[in-house]
Design a protein around this ligand. Structure first.
Ligand code: GTP
Ligand code: MG
Length: 344
C-alpha cells in the first residue's frame, strides 16, 4: 500500500443562503405583510479520524474540499435548506496545522474524534424577520454570510505503542515480520524500508502495536539517508526498542550514533523508555558475542537483551519487556493531547 504522511488541503465551507424579500399577495387581502423566508446555513468542513486508514495517500489525489452552500429563502415564509457538511476523513494520529505548518489546529488521536475546520456561513434573514410594530412592511432582507476558506496541512503521526529504531540493516523489519502478521520488505542492503510499517504483536494474549521505521544514519537530522522525518511516527510511542546489529563493526558506536540522532530530533524521543537489544546473535561466535555485548553495555549503560530476529531466540522476552513498559504507561492514564482547544 502506498504511504503518505503529509498533505496540503484546501477547504471551503458553504456560503449562507440569502434572505428573501417577499410580500403576501392574495385577492381581497390588503396589506398581506412580508413573508420572505430566511436563507439556509452553509455546510461546515469537518475533519474526522476514521478506522481502517493509516496513510494520507488519498490526499495526493483530492486536495479540494468544499461544503455545499445554503439555499436562498423564498416567499411564503419558506426557509432555504442548509448546505451539507463535508467530512475530511483522516487516520487516527493525524495532526492538522495552519498553512504555515506550525500552528496546530487539532490533533485527532482517536477514531471518531472530529473537529470543525471551517464553519458554514449563516443564512440571511428574510424580510418577514424584520417585521415590527413600527415597520410593518420591511423591504430588506440580509444576504447570506460567506463561508470560510483556508489551506491546511495534514501531518500523520502513526499511533503505535512501541517503535523499533536502529541503523539500516539492524534487522528491524525482520523482527517486525517475526512478531506480527506484517510483511515488510527485508533485504541485506541499507534503506530497504522506505516508510513506516505497523504490526500487531500478540504478547502472552495481549496485543500492542509495533512500528518499524526506516533506518537512521549519522547526520539523519541534517537530511542524511532518508533523514529523520519518519521519527515523527515513533513520537507517540510509549517505548522504543533500540535494535543493534551484532555483526556490525562496533555495537557501542552503532548505539551512540542512533542515540545522537534521537537527541538531535528532540520532541521527547531521547527521554522515552528504551529497551536495548543486540540482534543477529545467531551469526556471531561466542567471542564476538561477548565483545559486542560488552561494548553495547558500556555505551547504553545497561545490559542489553540478546536476540536473533532470524531464529527467534530471545524475541519473546524482548516483546515481553516492551509489553511491561506499555502496561506501566497505560496504568497512569495519560491525558490525550486534546484537540488543542481550538475553535474557528
Ligand atoms: N543472521 C541474521 N541475519 C539477520 C537477522 N535479522 C535480520 N537479518 C538480516 O539482516 C538484513 C537486514 O534486515 P532488515 O530486517 O531488512 O533490516 P532493517 O533494519 O529493517 O533495515 P532497513 O529497513 O534498511 O533500515 C537481512 O538480510 C536480514 O535477513 C538475524 O537475527 N540474524
Ligand atoms: Mg527495514
Amino acid at each position: 500500500m502506498k504511504f503518505l504522511d503529509e498533505a496540503k488541503v484546501y477547504i471551503r465551507s458553504g456560503d449562507g443562503g440569502n434572505g428573501c424579500v417577499s410580500f403576501r399577495r392574495e385577492k381581497f387581502i390588503e396589506f398581506g405583510g412580508p413573508n420572505g423566508g430566511d436563507g439556509g446555513k452553509g455546510g461546515d468542513v469537518v475533519a474526522q479520524a476514521v478506522d481502517g486508514l493509516n496513510t494520507l495517500i488519498d490526499y495526493r489525489y483530492q486536495q479540494h474540499f468544499k461544503a455545499k452552500n445554503g439555499r436562498a429563502g423564498m416567499g411564503k415564509d419558506r426557509h432555504g435548506a442548509s448546505g451539507d457538511d463535508i467530512v475530511v476523513k483522516v487516520p487516527a494520529g493525524t495532526q492538522i496545522y495552519e498553512e504555515d505548518g506550525e500552528t496546530l489546529l487539532a490533533d485527532l488521536t482517536d477514531v471518531g474524534q472530529r473537529v470543525v475546520l471551517a464553519r458554514g456561513g449563516n443564512g440571511g434573514f428574510g424580510n418577514a424577520h424584520f417585521k415590527s410594530s413600527t415597520n410593518r412592511a420591511p423591504r430588506h432582507a440580509n444576504p447570506g454570510q460567506p463561508g470560510e476558506e483556508r489551506t491546511i496541512r495534514l501531518r500523520l503521526k502513526l499511533i503505535a505503542d512501541a517503535g523499533i529504531v536502529g541503523l539500516p540493516n539492524a534487522g528491524k523489519s525482520t523482527l517486525l515480520a517475526a512478531v506480527s502478521a506484517a510483511k515488510p520488505k527485508i533485504a541485506d542492503y541499507p534503506f530497504t524500508t522506505l516508510h513506516p510499517q505497523l504490526g500487531v504483536v500478540d504478547s502472552d494474549g495481549r496485543e500492542y502495536v509495533l512500528a518499524d521505521i526506516p533506518g537512521l544514519i549519522e547526520g539523519a537530522h541534517e537530511g542524511a539517508g532518508l533523514g529523520d522525518r519518519f521519527l515523527g511516527h515513533v513520537e507517540r510511542c510509549r517505548v522504543l526498542l533500540h535494535l543493534v546489529d551484532g555483526t556490525g563493526e562496533h555495537a557501542g558506536e552503532a548505539y551512540k550514533t542512533v542515540r545522537a540522532e534521537l537527541d538531535a530530533y528532540g520532541e521527547g524521543l531521547a527521554d522515552k523508555p528504551e529497551i536495548v537489544a543486540l540482534n543477529k546473535a545467531d551469526a556471531l561466535t561466542p567471542e564476538q558475542l561477548k565483545q559486542q555485548t560488552a561494548r553495547l553495555k558500556r555505551a547504553a549503560k545497561r545490559t542489553p537483551l540478546v536476540i536473533s530476529a532470524a531464529t527467534g531466540a530471545g524475541v519473546r522476552e524482548a516483546m515481553r519487556a516492551l509489553q511491561r513498559v506499555i502496561d506501566e504507561a497505560r496504568g497512569d492514564a495519560q491525558p490525550r493531547a486534546a484537540a488543542a482547544g481550538w475553535h474557528p
